[in-house]
Design a protein around this ligand. Structure first.
Ligand code: NAD
Ligand code: ISE
Length: 348
């Protein structure tokens, strides 16, 4: 029996019929998880703006899924219990709002919306609905390394004072432009540090070191983002998306009584040719492979139980407000204040 079969037998005979909107890189990967790795779900529907992309994923991974003509038709279908949104960020708001209007659980990849205004509309719609339906794809909260780090930060190193972090990608495509360093890349740190430190941000500043000659014209790279929290913790994050050498996520929390580092992913240490070495991963899909499995399994279990867990629409909104402030800081060079409105009772 596989792990998925064991969990399936132990939990529920019911299967959540999921409709996937957007079958590109991560949509295909999440469809594979639903179809082959996780328990309690079946892929019932697929939609992609490119009919070819949807058909390819149907043929490869979900031959029994219906391919819909629009995302709205997929959401409205009585054959679809829950919606997984993995289309580009600018399309998320409309699909998530439609899922809430239909009263269906919705997992939305990051970002929840590309503007704070859009995310606020989602929070308002969900609050009016009265129960949580939305989980945002901030998978780092499910990463075993970050979870170990949180345990230590909560109990072993005294009050956190500073965080030093780095988010490095080997390279980015031509369409990746300067603000994407914030709303596409840094947004993971924005969310995971709110969770890790149990705190909210009050200001942001962005500094541009000398530009890497590996970066194309439309992206300023690297960047250093400085965040300040309500408790006075100072965070510096290097975002370097043309670092070439690998996909590398670093995080060190300095507390009053000690410091704690995010563990490196497990790898083989090799002694060969008079050198001691460890391989470094090159792709986010591999770095967080287990976290994606755990976050989606959590979503399935919660949806089957008629609820939602994990990062909420409120977390998506807080990240969007912070992200907008960081983009404003990129543009102005100034320190930009961050103000979160009062949190609705639904997200207490
Ligand atoms: P992608 O470009 O590979 O795939 C997007 C797919 O959506 C494409 O197949 C495209 O045809 C389709 N699409 C475009 N417009 C659409 C529309 N209006 N309705 C439905 N489908 C549409 O992109 P990707 O890398 O898979 O990213 C998708 C989302 O996932 C983004 O929001 C991205 O930020 C997020 N993402 C998250 C992580 C993570 O680590 N959590 C990693 C990568 C991507
Ligand atoms: C991508 O969309 C992700 O979410 C990755 O985790 C991140 O490292 C990368 O910069 C983004 O483009």
């Amino acid at each position: 029996m596989t792990i998925a079969q064991t969990i399936s037998a132990a939990t529920s005979a019911r299967s959540l019929r999921v409709g996937v909107i957007g079958t590109g890189m991560i949509g295909r990967d999440h469809t594979r998880r639903l179809a082959q790795v996780l328990a309690g779900a079946t892929v019932a529907g697929l939609y992609d703006y490119s009919a070819e992309a949807a058909a390819a994923v149907q043929a490869e991974l979900a031959p029994d899924a219906a391919v819909f003509a629009t995302g709205e038709a997929l959401i409205a279908s009585p054959e679809v219990d829950a919606v997984l949104v993995t289309s580009p960020g600018f399309t998320h708001e409309a699909y998530v709002l439609a899922a809430i209007a239909a009263g269906k659980p919705c997992f939305c990849e990051k970002p929840l919306a590309t503007t704070a205004e859009g995310a606020r509309r989602i929070v308002e719609a969900e609050a009016a609905h009265g129960t949580r339906l939305v989980q945002v794809g901030f998978m780092r909260r499910y990463d075993a390394g970050y979870r170990m780090l949180k345990e230590v930060v909560d109990s072993r190193i005294g009050q956190p004072l500073m965080v030093h972090a780095a988010h490095r990608n080997p390279s980015v495509p031509d369409q990746y432009v300067t603000p994407m360093a914030i709303h596409d890349t840094l947004i993971h740190e924005i969310d995971v540090f709110r969770w890790l430190l149990d705190d909210d941000y009050v200001s942001a500043q962005v500094i541009f070191p000398r530009k890497s000659s590996n970066a194309h014209d439309k992206v300023a790279d690297p960047q250093i983002v400085l965040l300040e929290t309500a408790k006075g913790i100072r965070i510096d994050v290097e975002v370097f998306v043309n670092c070439r050498y690998g996909y590398d996520i670093q995080c060190q929390v300095v507390g009053e009584d000690g410091l704690a580092n995010l563990p490196e992913p497990m790898s083989i240490t090799m002694r060969k040719d008079a050198a001691l070495s460890n391989p470094i991963l090159t792709d986010w899909k591999d770095r967080f492979v287990a976290s994606y499995d755990v976050e989606l399994q959590d979503w399935i279990q919660a949806a089957l139980a008629g609820t939602a867990s994990g990062p909420s629409a409120w977390d998506g909104y807080a990240a969007a407000i912070t992200s907008d402030a960081c983009v404003a800081a990129q543009e102005s060079g100034e320190i930009v204040r961050i103000d979160l409105p009062a949190r609705p009772a639904l997200y207490a």
